[in-house]
Design a protein around this ligand. Sequence first.
Ligand code: HAM
Length: 409
Amino acid sequence: MAKLVRGFRDIFGPEAAALTALEASARKVFKLYGVSELRIPTVEQKELFVKATGTTTDIVQKEMYSFEDAGHRLLALRPEGTPGVARAYIENNFAQGSPVQQFFYIGNMFRAERPQAGRYREFEQIGAEFLGNPAPAADAQAILLLKDIMKDFGVKHYSVKINSLGCEKCRPLYRQALIEYLSSSKDDLCDLCKDRLERNPLRVLDCKIDGPKFKESAPKMALCPECEEHFSQVKKLLDGKIDYIVDPCLVRGLDYYTRTVFEFQAGESSQNAIAAGGRYDTLIKSMGGADIPAVGWAMGAERTCAALGALPDYGEKKVYVVSLEKDCNEYAFNIMQTLRDAGIITEGGLFDKNIKGQMKQADRTKASLAVIVGGTEKERGTAELKDLTSGEQKEYLISELAAAIKNIK
Ligand code: HAM
């Protein structure tokens, strides 16, 4: 028998229900902010991610599911959504209508990471991208939008970290200062960070092993006046609306970020980022588009559901229909359809089983009410309605049954 591929999962029961509820919360809040849906494909040219996500990232270096198709095209399963959104923005000439566009996407991403709790090879991201607005208001809106989704969905315990990575002017100076500083302690770096030193020295600071060793003493980012002003405006717009911590060591693992970066974190594990993002003002231009600034984020849907703690019971009132005799099966079946037509969640139809078997199934489906019919009920055009919690039972005319069920709290 073929087995599940390592790092991939079947999702069902309360977790599936929680993911659906999270998507509903997100869609509701996206609407409030005027963010519209963009459905991007799962497969893109591998080159898109190599260029956009960045050659120095772990994603591109180690984690991409890439393959050659029958037409010898080099393709990849998307490891993240931002490059696809940027490509779609350029390719569909969205800027022609208005350069300012706000999109969201909901979909699965693929990264061949080492599987562990909270880290999967296929996972769901809910993401938002604000394109064409260089103002700090866009950064602040993106962050508050994310906060509002967390609130609507019910995640209470998380912290928000923000930082500014500067721009093409101020970052190279910082990068160089960091390389010089870290080179003097090269022997103390973990193997991964030895490798990162030249290609992405900023990442050493958020390494779980080396970060704490160098965080305090490493040189700090000196923002140019424009970046400093931008960052202070973002903070001002957020003040009083969301609690956040400025973390000068928050660097993020993707190449395209400029200026503001942020992470929403829950719990202590190394997989504690439930959502993350930032500004990427140079990405669209570097991909051949116009000079369009942008800011966005993506939320890990599974991690966000896990941050709820105990998954809530999304169970709604459900009715289970039981037939006591073969002659009543059609009568019971028709009742099921009548109740569904009235908008009542209804299961049943296990008419090959006796009453015990049917009631057992009612219990398994977590129905709170059972509708039970036999010969007498069929003759009288009625049904017995049983409250499965209290055991109370009452007979109703079929014409009154739906209303009676709706009246029960
Ligand atoms: P990212 O930090 O790579 O950013 O991923 C965003 C979120 O996806 C993470 O914070 C985490 O919750 C979730 N995630 C990432 N990898 C996994 C995994 N293997 N298993 C489960 N969850 C995972 C991006 O992807 C950027 N595209 C975000 C962005 C949008 N920046 C600007 N716009």
